[in-house]
Design a protein around this ligand. Structure first.
Ligand SMILES: C[S@@+](CC[C@H](N)C(=O)[O-])C[C@H]1O[C@@H](n2cnc3c(N)ncnc32)[C@H](O)[C@@H]1O
Length: 259
């Protein structure tokens, strides 16, 4: 089989939990987030998985969420993106490839509170040649100065914000208030880990992203919100249509909202 056709299909034989999507029934094809890449770009992603497997640095999102982001970014030329939570750089690399394809420099400002992960993510972005497209900022997502830094780097208000950080109820509640206010009218906030299952990720046991999302949307009825696979309680099969048991929240700031 031609190399491009193989790519991530090889991961269907991997037993580690991070490869769960590739083991699902029928997923014996290469999703566009990987098939669209050049050979050099695919080599980076393939090496990223191999090296982070060895180092045990697992914490990235999976195919359903990146596929959704790919549609939003490339379908609309989203050129001012913020991500809260960078970890070892997986989503930053893939978003960086999308920005490079659109010739949209300084398009992703991604925050990470842990200096170890900042260094790892920056090194991968350098290896991928994406320094002109992505900035890894060693910053706390709860700090209002982080919002100002993001706007300065992007050259304007963010159009798309991805929240994938602490998963704690209290911190997420504050992130939603802080970052929604910064969003360009018409923009979109994508929130990972909003399911019942993902409430277990809250080390404070405060109810996780789900409680924060529910409370936030009750308090902000002017925003359009949507929750996908929010009732998932485990990763066991079968999952419904949306395959990620971590669930996904969308918050749309209406174009008519005040700046
Ligand atoms: C789930 S990982 C992010 C994975 C990343 N979105 C990806 O798919 O490649 C969450 C990261 O958020 C970081 N984090 C947690 N709280 C944070 C905060 N308040 N500000 C910035 N980063 C934070 C953690 O250190 C961790 O590396």
């Amino acid at each position: 089989m031609e190399e491009r056709a193989q790519r991530s299909r090889l991961w269907s034989n991997e037993t580690a939990s991070r490869y769960w999507w590739h083991r699902l029934p029928g997923m014996n094809f290469v999703p566009p987030i990987y098939s669209d890449l050049s050979e050099e770009e695919w080599a980076i992603v393939s090496d990223w998985y191999a090296e982070t497997d060895c180092a045990g640095e697992v914490g990235e999102v999976a195919v359903p969420l990146v596929s959704l982001l790919q549609g939003f970014v490339l379908g609309n030329r989203a050129a001012r993106i913020v991500q809260l939570g960078t970890h070892a750089g997986y989503s930053s690399i893939l978003l960086g490839f999308m920005l490079r394809r659109m010739n949209a420099p300084r398009g992703l400002f991604t925050l990470e509170i842990d200096s170890h992960f900042c260094a790892i993510a920056r090194d991968w972005l350098r290896r991928a040649g994406l320094q002109g497209f992505v900035e890894v900022a060693e910053r706390n997502s709860l700090d209002p100065a982080s919002v100002a830094a993001a706007i300065e780097y992007l050259g304007g208000a963010p159009e798309l914000i991805v929240i994938d950080s602490s998963h704690e109820y209290g911190a997420t509640r504050r992130e939603l208030d802080l970052w929604y206010a910064s969003l360009e009218p018409g923009g979109l906030l994508v929130v990972h880990d909003v399911s019942r299952f993902a409430q277990n990720f809250d080390v404070t046991e405060g109810g996780g992203v789900r409680r924060a999302f529910d409370e936030w949307r009750t308090a902000n009825p002017a925003a359009e919100t949507f929750l996908l696979n929010g009732e998932a309680r485990s990763m066991d099969l079968p999952q419904p249509f949306y395959k990620d048991a971590c669930g996904l929240g969308l918050i749309h700031k209406l174009a008519s909202s005040p700046r």
